[in-house]
Design a protein around this ligand. Structure first.
Ligand code: PGA
Length: 249
């Protein structure tokens, strides 16, 4: 039985004041459920998030990390620093990082290994653009993104990871993939991993991301291979995010 996971991706949003309000709302409003709930905050707010969420059932993480352990990498943040602030998870390979900051599969694979070596859990994002979907390339694109990491880290590394399928055309657009479209890709990703190791494929939580809201979460999470969600815009509103968490169980 896979544990559902709901992860908020705040992206580059927030102030100390809005973060405080959001965290209070989550702390007081979230009823204990089956799902693992976490929020991925911008780096400057990790200390505030750690202070507020320590001792609660809500975990926290980051949205990116350096592949290097320390040194002359101006502007970068290491896994050790994230560990220092109590992070449990790190989002890796988000499509915005791939598209806007040129992150390639090989760097993402290095980051994945660095995160796992420190005992944190990577949330690896894969997803196709609209152009790729229309060209019939969805499966080959997401499989390549996934296998670049599996080939570097090894299949058993996936027992300590979370995978997120995020179609680029659904992110921040209000255009959610239909449950059938999402389930088809989730099932294919799991089947691809099952060719390497059935038990690993079976135990891996695969999240859907892309315009998930309280109003569409339940039908997405009801799909057999969808084990929760990676939530952008809707994670900035406590009530909305809590409703999504509750839809996950
Ligand atoms: P969205 O973002 O929920 O705002 O579409 C999801 C994501 O990018 O992780």
């Amino acid at each position: 039985m896979r544990t559902p996971v709901v992860a908020g991706n705040w992206k580059m949003n927030g102030t100390k004041a809005t973060v405080a309000t959001l965290l209070q709302g989550l702390k007081h409003g979230l009823q204990p459920g089956r799902a693992n709930v976490l929020v991925c905050a911008p780096f400057p707010y990790l200390s505030q998030v750690a202070d507020e969420l320590s001792g609660t059932a809500i975990q926290w993480g980051a949205q990116n990390v350096s592949e290097h352990p320390s040194g002359a990498y101006t502007g970068e943040v290491s896994v050790g620093m994230l560990e220092d602030f109590g992070c449990s998870h790190v989002i890796l390979g988000h499509s915005e990082r791939r598209a806007l900051y040129g992150e390639q599969d090989d760097v993402i694979a290095e980051k994945f290994c660095a995160v796992q070596a420190a005992g944190l859990t990577p949330i690896l994002c894969v997803g196709e653009t609209l152009e790729q979907r229309e060209a019939g390339a969805t499966m080959s694109v997401v499989e390549q993104q996934l296998m670049a990491v599996v080939n570097r880290a090894g299949i058993t590394a996936m027992t300590k990871a979370v995978l997120a399928y995020e179609p680029v055309w659904a992110i921040g657009t209000g255009k959610t993939a239909s449950p059938e479209q999402a389930q088809e890709v989730h099932q294919a990703l799991r089947a691809r991993l099952a060719r390497e190791d059935g038990a690993v494929a079976d135990s891996l939580s695969i999240l859907y991301g892309g315009s998930v809201k309280a109003s569409n979460a339940a039908e997405l999470f009801a799909c057999p291979d969808i084990d929760g969600g990676l939530i952008g815009g809707a994670s900035l509103d406590a009530e909305e995010f809590i409703a999504i968490c509750q839809a996950a169980g």
